[in-house]
Design a protein around this ligand. Structure first.
Ligand code: ASP
Length: 609
């Protein structure tokens, strides 16, 4: 039978052409050998009849030389090397040679060699490209990248990102299996689980008028698996939340979901610390010290103005109540008298900020919700600022001391009836100044557990309490009875894991007593009847000898992004959606035929624009 070479047709790709090496692996040790490489043409240079191309596969490039003098055959049957265009897919046979002196490229693994083509086959030509695949990703408009995602994913960076993500999966499975976790799948077509977002609904054709919800998380199922005796469960699972997409969210995302029986907070946290340590070692060869620091929610708010503080930024907030509580500046005194807060953020070196810079900072603070931003600056050892004239000597000294004001520093002050508001505005400013003034130690990995969140938060719009995590989180046991009398005070057995200012996971010890679960529902305004209707199956399950249990979910997209050094989770997802929740590649979501809607017993109301 004739070989592909003889047939000269792309569909005759056979052993004769099949690669003997990846492009990026052709090294000096192969000099003198006949090899075969397959890949895409990227960058072609014609130098007086000699043609150089970079041939790529995921392992990197290798240089191919088509020299009509020494390789008179090169040119294949149908096309000549001169006809090759960007992203044509080809197979090349040739001899590995040393690059002539002075033409080596030390930046490349294959930079010392080239392949002198003796023969090649065009496997598939390419249409003209919407963008050069060889260019840096960030040069190309993202919508164009998403519309031609298959080309975008051919780029070196995207290849590396998705391959790193795959390593994360492999590590996760190995680590959890080694620690006796069982991987179990839970349904995608299911009933709503409240995690605070809207559900994606799927109509049931065979149950007219009824809908499944896609899971916001496998929360109820994983808890039920604890009832069933799978005392260490995990799943790498897709979850769906129909939210208005803020900056870096996706309607479908991936979690490492974990649940364990007969545990307290420490057991879950220690397991996850071991996981993170191993993950960072495996993927980045970084040693992250364990155990991670732990901090109560309210301490995180008081010190950093955030429940996910970036500990790479050195500044901490301070409480100025001792300065202004009995002070002569009335507006601050009044706020403190009525249980409000006066808090401040020190900025080392901030005395050099000009009036214009200060007023820009104040504008930003107002956008974040501050009614105003006070500022003090220490210039030549003298305290300056519009409020100084309202303060006596002792108050000024106390301010300098509490604010840690050295010469050349500044202090930003926010007073607000709400402690949370005062702190979070300064927390946002802390992040902003940390970034814009280069105060972030970019090399550090700062892990932190934030623990003891409030169990409930007040929803002003709905005028009721809502769960800060989800309604299955256990209150701190000693505070159980405050649930009915002072719900805002009750703390939760919840923990979030934060890395460099990003929440990378969260979980809790759960309520395992159905009576307590009913009480928690009642606090959230879910009455007995509604609880039965929505969660009856779950309450029933809890009533059959449920072990104490708890768990956590880690955000895979965010973790992968951090491990890849990326800026957006879209860069570690093969086919992400836009902010309007659209897939620009497949054009989903899309209209469907009337007949299909009829089958589903659905009629669409006209869309008002
Ligand atoms: N179900 C929670 C979430 O998806 C995580 C957990 O509590 O384990 O955020």
């Amino acid at each position: 039978m004739g070989s592909a070479k003889e047939a000269g047709r792309p569909e005759f790709f056979d052993n004769y052409w099949k690669r003997s090496s990846l492009c990026g692996h052709v090294g000096e040790d192969a000099i003198g050998e006949e090899i075969k490489v397959n890949g895409w043409v990227r960058r072609r240079r014609d130098l007086g009849g000699i043609i150089f191309i970079e041939l790529w596969d995921h392992s990197g490039p290798v240089q191919i030389v088509f020299d009509p003098d020494s390789n008179p055959d090169a040119g294949g049957v149908h096309v000549r090397a001169g006809d090759l265009r960007s992203e044509y897919c080809i197979a090349v046979r040739g001899k590995v040679t040393r690059r002539p002196e002075g033409t080596e490229n030390p930046a490349l693994a294959t930079g010392k060699v080239e392949v002198a083509a003796e023969d090649f086959l065009l496997l598939a030509p390419s249409e003209p490209l919407p963008f050069e695949v060889g260019d840096a990703t960030d040069k190309v408009d993202e919508n164009l990248r998403l519309a031609y995602r298959y080309l975008d994913l051919r780029r070196e960076r995207m290849q590396n990102n998705l391959r790193t993500r795959s390593k994360l999966y492999t590590f996760t499975r190995n680590f959890l299996a080694d620690n006796d976790f069982v991987e179990i799948e839970t349904p995608m077509l299911t009933k709503a689980t409240p995690e605070g977002a809207r559900d994606y609904l799927v109509p049931s054709r065979v149950n007219p008028g009824a809908f499944y919800a896609l899971p916001q998380s496998p929360q109820l199922f994983k808890q039920i698996l604890m009832v069933s005796g799978f005392d260490r469960y995990y799943q790498i699972v897709k979850c769906f939340r129909d939210e208005d997409l803020r900056a870096d969210r996706q309607p479908e995302f991936t979690q490492v979901d974990v649940e364990m029986s007969y545990v307290v907070e420490d057991d879950v946290m220690t397991t996850i610390e071991g996981y993170m340590k191993g993950l960072f070692k495996t993927i980045l060869d970084e040693d992250v010290p364990t155990p991670f620091r732990r901090m109560d929610y309210w301490d995180a708010i008081d010190l950093y103005g955030s429940d996910k503080p970036d500990l790479r930024i050195p500044m901490e907030l301070v409480d100025l109540a001792p300065v202004f509580r009995e002070g002569s500046f009335e507006p601050f005194r009044k706020i403190l008298e009525s249980d409000g807060a006066v808090r401040a953020l020190p900025l080392p070196g901030g005395a050099s900020l000009s009036r214009k810079e200060l007023s820009e900072i104040e504008e930003r603070a107002k956008k974040w919700g501050a009614s105003g931003l006070g500022v003090f600056q220490m210039k030549e050892n003298e305290l300056k600022g519009p409020l100084v004239k309202f303060m006596n000597e002792e108050e000024r000294d106390r301010l300098k001391k509490i604010g840690g004001l050295g010469d050349g520093d500044a202090l930003f002050v926010v007073a607000d009836p709400s402690r949370l508001k005062a702190c979070t505005v300064l927390g946002t400013l802390r992040l902003d100044l940390g970034k814009t003034r280069g105060l972030i130690d970019e090399k550090g990995w700062k892990f932190l557990w934030v623990v003891r969140f409030p169990l409930f938060e007040w929803d002003e719009e709905a005028r009721r309490w809502s769960a800060m995590h989800h309604p299955f989180t256990s209150p701190v046991l000693e505070q159980l009875d405050l649930m009915e009398t002072d719900p805002g005070k009750v703390l939760a057995r919840a923990y979030d894991i934060v890395l460099n200012g990003s929440e990378v996971g969260g979980g809790s010890i759960r309520i395992h007593d159905p009576a307590v679960q009913r009480r928690a529902f009642a606090c959230l305004g879910i009455g007995e009847e509604q609880a039965r209707e929505r969660f009856g199956f779950f309450l029933d399950a809890l009533s059959y000898g449920t072990p104490p249990h708890g768990g956590i979910a880690l955000g895979v997209d965010r973790l992968a992004m951090i491990l890849c050094g990326g800026q957006s989770i879209r860069d570690v997802m093969a086919f992400p959606k836009t902010q309007k929740a659209q897939c620009l590649l497949s054009r989903a979501p899309d209209a469907v035929e009337e007949s299909r809607l009829e089958e589903l017993h659905i009629r669409c109301a006209p869309v008002e624009n």
